[in-house]
Design a protein around this ligand. Structure first.
Ligand code: SAH
Ligand code: SF4
Length: 355
């Protein structure tokens, strides 16, 4: 029998598979808290069980293939899966370490880790490289959580340091909901990666029925909608999935989604030159978000070879933001982190494969 990944199981599942069940908790701590790389290092596990674990399971679903370091501090990882396929993740330092005048540490650097949920993607958005490369397969729960584990290890980020997770790498997380649900469970488990669900954001192209399902699971995670257009015609052109789930169906699903009283649903809006960067669109967006505890996030379209879309003018993005803010919609502009490496999703993978 070939080995399976021990990281694919939630603590509950593992305590059914491994007896006595308290051993599952111990193994969990070795993997997620003490960052061990081998069953041999699990000192409080009896020898015979360690040997049995070694025979049945592996601990390393991913290997680092390449790392690209950007001038702004972000780091892009390309991971090699057991079957030879690759996915990417990005480590983004959001807020630099802060010390007071006496040099006392006020807070560590705050990190956000952007992770993938699938190899490729079925949704096929016209602006997205991942979408262009088609769909290969879903990632397993362990392949999803390992991206965070490996990046924390590789950067000596202590297990108890807070990180934010965003499912904004390759793939559509709601098209792989059962594995994503397990990954969220492992992330959130106090003996697992111990990351509060409020620090985990699921970004979706807007699969309305799946948004409802995720909401009914009441996991406490945050939701981001990749809206990108305010009328169905343009949205269909950018995201063919809009034919199945139109803007109204998404807004209706968002209105039912349970969110923490202090939090908001994020609406991502990819700004493309001469396509959706005008004030008329901003006006429609304000109308659309009326009555929703929303926050808009404007993203500069990042051009790639073979794409006919263009990066918007900074002044137009600022005007767009200004209109939203003046009309009561919270609005940020996503910093173009990692532009000098290969910024948007799918671009590192694309470059590696062309080498
Ligand atoms: N499939 C989900 C999660 C992946 S998100 C979703 O679409 O929401 C991938 C992110 O990368 C999205 O926010 C998308 O808008 C962004 N993206 C894709 N191609 C891009 C490009 N060329 N320039 C800038 N952002 C891009
Ligand atoms: Fe898939 Fe998201 Fe890219 Fe669209 S933007 S193709 S949904 S990864």
């Amino acid at each position: 029998m070939s080995k399976i990944s021990i990281l694919d199981f939630t603590k509950e599942e593992l305590s059914v598979k491994i007896k006595p069940s308290f051993r599952a908790k111990q193994i969990y701590e070795w993997v997620y808290k003490k960052y061990v790389n081998s069953f041999k290092d699990m000192k409080n596990i009896p020898n015979d069980l360690r040997e049995k674990l070694e025979e049945d399971y592996y601990l390393d679903p991913l290997k680092i293939a390449t790392i690209e370091q950007s001038n702004d501090g972000s780091k892009k990882y390309l991971f090699l899966l057991k079957d030879g396929k690759t996915v990417e993740s990005v480590l983004l330092p959001m807020k630099k370490e802060k010390t007071n005048e006496e040099g006392k540490l006020l807070h560590h650097t705050r990190y956000t880790i952007c992770i993938s949920s699938q190899v490729g993607c079925k949704i096929g958005c016209s602006f997205c490289l991942t979408g262009k490369s088609g769909f290969l397969r879903n990632l397993t729960p362990g392949e999803i959580t390992s991206q965070v584990l490996m990046i924390k290890k590789d950067n000596d980020i202590a297990q108890n340091r807070r990180v934010n997770i965003v499912f904004m790498g390759m793939g559509e997380p709601l098209d792989n909901l059962s594995n994503v649900q397990k990954a969220i469970n492992i992330f959130s488990d106090p003996l697992g990666l111990s990351i509060s669900p409020r620090r985990q954001t699921i970004s979706t192209s807007g699969l309305s029925t799946q948004i409802k399902k995720l909401g009914n699971m009441n996991l406490g995670v945050l939701l981001a909608i990749s809206l990108h257009a305010v009328d169905d015609e343009l949205r269909e052109q950018l995201m063919p999935i809009n034919k199945a789930y139109n803007i109204k169906s998404i807004i209706d699903a968002v209105k039912e989604f349970p969110i923490d009283a202090r939090k908001r649903v994020m609406f991502e809006y990819l700004v493309i030159k001469n396509l959706n960067d005008d004030i008329k669109s901003a006006k429609k967006l304000v109308k659309l978000l009326n009555g929703i505890k929303a926050k808009a996030n404007l993203i500069f379209f990042n051009p790639h070879a073979g794409s006919s879309y263009e990066r918007p003018e900074v002044k137009d993005v600022l005007k767009f933001q200004d209109y939203l803010l003046k009309h009561g919609v919270l609005c940020t502009i996503r910093e173009s982190k990692g532009l000098d490496i290969s910024a948007a999703c799918g671009q590192l993978k694309d470059r590696e494969e062309k080498k």
